[in-house]
Design a protein around this ligand. Structure first.
Ligand code: ADP
Ligand code: MG
Ligand code: ZN
Length: 502
């Protein structure tokens, strides 16, 4: 592997303007494949979800999945695209073992959706508009596993295994127009765009868009042009980047690498590249084919797709609130800063907090539990917040018990701990562990008397008018009652018994 000298990020920006193009593939969550009735469920035994059509056997005929078309139109509409009146599929011809038909059924010059935009919000709140070239429908390939090589790559492998369960799963490819004007923020814009797109796809309920599962993957195209130039440089295309962080790192790395090549008087070859998670670098893949190498032609076995305008308008009317607008609305309703909202998003807590509020909890309490105690637990266990064994309804119930005075903060914490440990619902945990706040004066009075007797000097200070010292006695009573006393009532009792006004 030859390593180009990387130019420092500051030096890249001093001489060049980055131009990006992001191609995002989304696997749709339809029950069946794009052109046949085979199941798309993940995790099945290899080659058990195949048929003559997705195996490309002679004589088989494809049929378009209507739900996939509907999803594609929804995505197009949410991206402010125009929806084609009439469009066709095209064959993209190339040979690869994981594609048994020897062509991929895709769309070429007649995409279902085109000319749109997505507004993305950057960390500081600024909104950056990314223009969309097109969104088109296609199908996924099968999956190759190379055996015997050191890195799982085909190099050095003794043989390869093929699983066609994934062949024919519907994909939507969303391609941006060249993104200019991002400057130093190009890596941040790339990340924010993919993040926003992921939220959008989830809000539309067309895919879970889990990048770590390959349900959403991004190709990062990047080139540099000298300041003042209007002409784009040659791009590299880093393929299948599969996390938000990697999208950001790959963009940054390619900027530094391109500048190194260009500064040395070299030329950038148009090629695909692989991204390496371990050190954030990219290495050369294959020299890029031109479109004509694929010998695209209209698919003769499928009828054109001509979505009725009424249907398109019906779908438009049914679109959910866009994620960015929803986030801003919630941020205002909850009265939190951009930065606090960012933490909520990073923690994956937004929908959980909303569900907790819907179940009756006040917004600040819902946020406090999910972002505090529960986030800490998830972090410790390296788990997602959503996978903790507690529901938003249960968190809301704990909030209600606190609000009615049955639990204080400490007891609420223990209740949540019990729920997480599988001891049952909040009420069951409170019962089994005996966690009710003690506010009955008889029980508390004895503990208060003991605390006064054991801390005579403090009691004298309070009698002398130093009411602030009461905190120490409250603390002693709380300790003696293992945190179960009603602290406000304890304080009242102490002052009463010492004959001072609170
Ligand atoms: P291909 O299939 O060859 O990758 P596409 O048109 O599907 O071509 O995608 C190319 C992507 O790269 C698009 O997002 C496009 O806007 C972007 N792009 C095109 N030219 C450049 C360039 N010179 N520098 C950076 N990005 C570019
Ligand atoms: Mg491409
Ligand atoms: Zn099939």
């Amino acid at each position: 592997m030859t390593v180009t000298d990387l130019v420092s990020y500051e030096d890249v920006l001093a001489s060049y303007e980055p131009v990006m193009g992001l191609e995002v593939h989304v696997e749709l969550g339809t029950k069946t494949k794009m052109f046949c009735g085979c199941s798309t469920t993940l995790g099945a035994e290899p080659n058990t979800q195949t048929c003559p059509t997705c195996l490309g056997l002679p004589g088989s005929l494809p049929v378009v999945n209507a739900t996939a078309v509907e999803s594609a139109i929804k995505i197009g509409l949410a991206l402010n695209c125009e929806i084609a009146q009439w469009c066709r599929f095209a064959r993209k011809n190339y040979f690869y073992p994981d594609m048994p038909k020897n062509f991929q059924t895709s769309q070429y010059d007649e995409p279902i959706a085109f000319d749109g935009y997505l507004d993305v919000q950057l960390e500081d709140g600024e909104v950056f508009r990314v223009e969309i070239e097109r969104a088109h429908m296609e199908e996924d390939t099968g999956k190759s596993t190379h055996i015997g090589g050191a890195t799982g790559r085909i190099h050095g492998a003794s043989h390869s295994l093929l699983d066609y369960n994934r062949a024919g799963i519907p994909l939507i490819e969303i391609v941006t127009k060249p993104i200019t004007g991002a400057g130093a923020r190009a890596p941040e814009v790339a990340r924010a765009y993919v993040a926003e797109l992921r939220e959008l796809i989830r809000a539309l309920d067309v895919s879970e868009a889990r990048m770590e599962m390959g349900q959403m993957r991004c190709d990062v195209n990047l080139s540099l042009m000298p300041h003042g130039s209007e002409k784009f440089g040659t791009r590299s295309e880093t393929k299948n980047v599969n996390s938000l962080r990697s999208v950001e790192r790959a963009t940054r790395f390619e900027m530094q690498r391109h500048a190194g090549v260009l500064n040395d008087g070299g030329v950038i070859v148009q090629e695909t590249r692989h991204f390496h998670e371990d050190d954030g670098s990219t290495t050369s893949g294959r020299v890029k084919e031109e479109a004509e190498d694929y010998r695209y032609f209209p698919e003769p076995d499928l009828v054109p797709v001509a979505p009725a305008r009424e249907w398109v308008e019906e779908l438009r009317a049914g679109l959910p609130e866009l994620p960015r607008l929803r986030r801003n609305r919630l941020r205002e309703e909850w009265g939190i800063s951009q930065h606090e909202m960012q933490s909520v998003l990073n923690a994956g807590a937004l929908d959980l907090i909303v569900a907790t509020i819907d179940a009756g909890a006040p917004a600040d309490q819902a946020r406090k539990w999910w972002m505090g105690e529960l986030a800490r637990r998830a972090n410790e266990e390296g788990a997602d917040l959503a996978s903790l064994p507690i529901t938003p309804e249960q968190v809301a119930r704990v909030c209600a018990l606190v609000a009615e005075g049955s639990l204080n903060d400490k007891l609420a914490r223990q209740t949540i701990e019990g729920v997480l440990a599988g001891e049952g619902s909040p009420d069951e945990v409170v019962d089994k562990r005996g966690l009710k706040v003690v506010s009955d004066d008889g029980a508390l009075g004895a503990a208060v008397d003991e605390a006064i007797a054991a801390n005579a000097a403090v009691a004298d200070k309070i009698r002398g008018g130093k009411v602030a010292a009461a905190g120490a006695l409250v603390g002693a009573v709380m300790k003696a009652t293992r945190g179960q006393a009603d602290a406000a009532r304890v304080r009242e009792l102490i002052l009463e018994k010492l004959g001072v006004q609170g």
